[in-house]
Design a protein around this ligand. Structure first.
Ligand code: PMP
Length: 361
């Protein structure tokens, strides 16, 4: 950035780095928790048909309220949710931004428990919201006691709980969500981007929505639906929260192409979600194999695994890239995160890691 532009930049943004997972052109890309499976032919054909149905009307603005899409999303989630409880945007990142624009901002505070999703503090910064780091326990767990202690101490306007949590893969019990709701007076956002990958018996916070008007659950079609390129995130909350977001959303933020594509994809939800079981199998395989290699492995309810006890995680990351396998350095010294891909990708990763560990024990 030139000096002149640095001078013009908002003081609180000067010196900050943008979000930047490397997008390297290597054979095996397991670094951004994407779904490795392309859309099945029948789903792609439905989407193409839906898109060609709206292309001729692109001279008109889309449905500003995305009502039909929100109805489809409510039907997908169940839990007696209705159009009025759903809101959609360009990825759940935009959903998170709208939440902070409406409920946080200058003079207000957001609290999260790191290591967690790096965009929570970044979007807080870009909306002028003060960030408080609640920190997790050493094993990446988060007990209700610790969460309540931090919430009581800082009285945040917004609390982020991420379950299953990125980058650790660990899920939260609903007792933590309930305790945080009870301890504070602000909005409680449970980021459930990876909910569909959770193991049996891990409940969604959607179950707590009735009777908790300060609770918001965010979801995305980027992961389980394999729809990251389309950019479709959404939330479920009390209708009053959705009403409040209308104050900050840009008019016509969700294009008619996006709305049509997402609706067509949701019409094939069971087919699209059929990759979830295969991905979970590879995730569990990674956990087993890395444990067998003697590494520390965080238990995962997501489509990725955080592993550690690496003497030099940066060197391991680099050596894997040299072997055509891209995984993620999430900035936790000694730890790396790998996305569960296809069986072949997982094999390639495991073989490369085994070889690398022999070189860098
Ligand atoms: N929340 C979490 C926890 C994530 O890991 C991600 C993506 N990495 C997102 C939200 C944002 O996803 P998207 O904007 O693609 O919906």
């Amino acid at each position: 950035m030139t000096d002149e532009i640095q001078r013009l930049l908002r003081d609180d943004l000067r010196g900050r780095s943008p979000y930047g997972a490397p997008q390297l052109d290597v054979a095996v890309r397991l670094n951004t928790n994407e779904n490795s499976y392309p859309l099945p032919g029948e789903v792609a054909a439905s989407i193409e048909k839906a898109l060609s149905g709206v292309v001729r009307d692109l001279n008109r603005y889309p449905d500003r309220d995305a009502v039909e899409l929100r109805r489809d999303l409510a039907n997908y989630l169940g839990h007696d949710l209705d159009v009025a409880n759903l809101w959609a945007a360009n990825g759940s990142n935009e959903i998170l931004q709208q939440l902070l624009q409406a409920f946080a901002g200058p003079g207000r505070t957001a609290l999260g428990f790191t290591p967690a999703y790096s965009m929570h503090p970044l979007i807080s910064a870009s909306t002028g919201t003060a960030w408080v780091d609640g920190h997790r326990e050493a094993d990446f767990g988060l007990s209700a006691e610790r969460a309540v202690d931090q919430v009581t101490r800082h009285r945040p306007d917004v609390v982020f709980l991420c379950s299953p949590n990125n980058p650790t893969g660990t899920a939260l019990g609903l007792d933590v969500v309930e305790a945080v709701l009870e301890a504070g007076t602000g909005l409680v956002v449970v980021d459930e981007a990876y909910a569909e990958f959770a193991r049996d018996g891990v409940p969604s916070a959607l179950r707590l929505l009735g009777g908790n008007p300060r609770l918001v659950v965010t979801r995305t079609m980027s992961k389980a639906f394999g729809f990251a390129g389309a950019r479709l995130g959404y939330l479920a909350a009390d209708a009053a929260v959705v009403d409040a977001l209308q104050l900050v959303r840009l008019p016509y933020h969700l294009s008619s192409l996006t709305q049509a594509a997402a609706r067509a994809a949701l019409g094939h939800a069971p087919t699209l979600l059929s990759t979830v079981a295969a991905i979970k199998e590879q995730r569990d395989r990674v956990v087993t194999e890395l444990t067998r290699l003697g590494l520390a492995v965080a238990p995962s309810d997501a489509n990725f695994v955080l592993f550690g006890s690496l003497a030099d995680s940066k060197a391991v990351w680099r050596s894997l890239v040299d072997r055509g396998v891209l995984i993620r350095d999430v900035g936790l010294d000694g730890w790396l995160r790998v996305t569960a891909g296809t069986p072949d990708e997982t094999t390639a990763f495991l073989e490369a890691l085994t070889a690398v560990l022999k070189e860098n024990p």
